[in-house]
Ligand binder design. Structure first.
Ligand code: HEM
Ligand code: HEM
Length: 389
């Protein structure tokens, strides 16, 4: 909710830059990390933390106080982060803006939460040894975050664009596919049938090796190998919804599951087309990528997370997220936001000065974007209130 409010402010500043004078030194560039990091660590990360707690019941029973303390500390560090970014302290790396003592404090909070989870596993009635590899992977997170926040560390980039390579886009999307595949397993659903399981995991293994292979190819989005390997993601468009349709889900009308797959389909198609030579070169740094980011995070990731929450929360609370009006308002406003920014991106790619000077078309697109943003902000207030009662 707060991250959305900052997004709304940013969108207004882009139409009326003079509003920024109210905030003095807290300029647009200082507000932006608050929107990005609060969306990522304040919204998209926390339902996944809830999911891990769900898998280790002791973390919610005898260790509930210790767990709550960790979550409160998490939010407190995000608030401190807000002050730090507004006062101009940042590593300059998108989503890894942690500098100074916060670069240690945030990983320390994550490490503390990991300790609570490890204790919950140890104290469990039946110690499930399958959880151990998962715990070991999670242990790497705080150290990885500290390491990656260094301004001296950078991943491979496609030197013709300065952006991620096809291989890194493929591998990061495969980690999301992996999450989607283990979700029914981790919720201990009855397997839908051995042959379907074998097909899905067999295809995942092939795709995983394709991801490793594509890392060895030249890092250019003009290379046919990079394009072909990335195209392998398109097969998941049919396979994942089919796999999910064969599972037994807890909420009777998996509204959010449908939304998640619609957005995932549009996301993979949009991401793949954006990657193609001739297109990425034009859309680079334009609002078309802002559209992609909101498609990925406000559309797909938000739907995935609400779906996950509905699987782990008590039914009565889970159903509160199914209010049709709020559901459709969120998705229509997100779709509106995306379409508006794709148009803005196309206009920018044909005329780079399109955004530099105020104009009726530019201001209309930005104005309507702010209205979509207002709708998203209001829906988030509605959800917050619905979950309080
Ligand atoms: C949950 C999944 C995803 C998330 C959260 C995500 C997020 C992002 C973000 C934040 C950016 C940076 C935008 C900017 O620089 O303004 C980006 C860029 C991009 N993404 Fe995604 N994305 C996802 C999935 C995908 C998929 C599936 C594809 C392709 C099949 C893809 C292709 C691209 C491309 C081509 C770029 C531009 C790279 C460049 O700057 O050169 N993304 N994505
Ligand atoms: C109230 C609704 C929202 C509004 C008004 C809004 C507005 C904005 C604005 C104005 C930007 C900066 C674009 C630029 O610098 O040109 C931005 C960037 C971004 N926002 Fe939002 N946003 C909203 C909701 C969200 C949500 C819900 C998410 C994720 C869950 C999100 C994730 C992002 C990301 C990842 C970027 C970086 C885009 C890029 O660099 O390509 N936003 N947003």
């Amino acid at each position: 909710m707060v991250a959305n409010a900052v997004g709304l402010l940013l969108s207004i500043l882009l139409i009326f830059p003079k509003v920024g004078l109210i905030f003095g030194e807290w300029t647009y560039g200082r507000w932006l990390p608050l929107h990005l990091n609060w969306q990522l660590y304040g919204w998209t990360a926390l339902p996944l933390v809830a999911w891990v707690f769900f898998l280790l019941p002791q973390s919610r029973n005898s260790l509930a106080k210790a767990s709550c303390l960790g979550i409160r500390a998490w939010s407190a560090v995000l608030a401190l982060g807000g002050i730090s970014w507004l006062t101009g302290h940042t590593s300059g790396k998108i989503f890894l803006d942690w500098t100074g003592f916060l670069r240690v404090l945030f990983p320390a909070v994550i490490l503390y939460l990991w300790g609570v989870l490890a204790l919950a596993w140890y104290r469990g009635e039946k110690r499930n040894w399958f959880v151990v590899p998962g715990l070991l992977v999670l242990l790497a997170v705080p150290f990885g975050l500290y390491f990656a926040s260094s301004p001296e560390v950078y991943p491979h980039v496609d030197q013709s664009t300065g952006g991620p390579t096809g291989a890194s886009l493929l591998n990061s999307t495969l980690s999301v596919v992996f999450l989607l595949l283990i979700l029914p397993l981790a919720l201990r659903h009855k397997p839908p049938g051995k042959s379907l399981d074998r097909l899905v995991w067999g295809f995942f293994a092939v795709n995983f090796f394709l991801g490793l292979y594509s890392e060895t190819l030249p890092h250019s989005h003009h290379h046919p190998g990079q394009i072909t390997c990335l195209a392998s993601l398109l097969l998941w468009l049919g396979l994942l919804p089919y796999y999910y349709s064969k599972q037994e889900w807890k909420t009777p009308h998996p509204l959010w599951q449908k939304a998640m797959f619609v957005w995932l389909g549009v996301l993979i198609l949009n991401g793949f087309i954006t990657f193609l030579p001739g297109i990425l070169d034009r859309l680079k740094f334009s609002n078309a990528l802002v559209a992609h980011s909101h498609l990925a995070m406000a559309g797909f990731t938000t739907s995935l997370l609400i779906f996950v929450l509905q699987q782990i929360l008590p039914q009565k609370i889970a159903l509160r997220m199914n209010n049709r009006r709020a559901f459709w308002s969120w998705h229509l406003a997100t779709a509106g936001y995306i379409v508006l920014m794709i148009f803005a991106g196309i206009f920018e790619s044909t005329d780079p000065s399109f955004l530099t000077y105020p104009g009726v078309l530019r201001d209309t697109l930005y104005g309507l974007r702010s209205l979509s943003g207002l709708a998203l902000f209001l829906v988030s207030i509605h959800w917050w209130k619905a979950l309080q009662s």
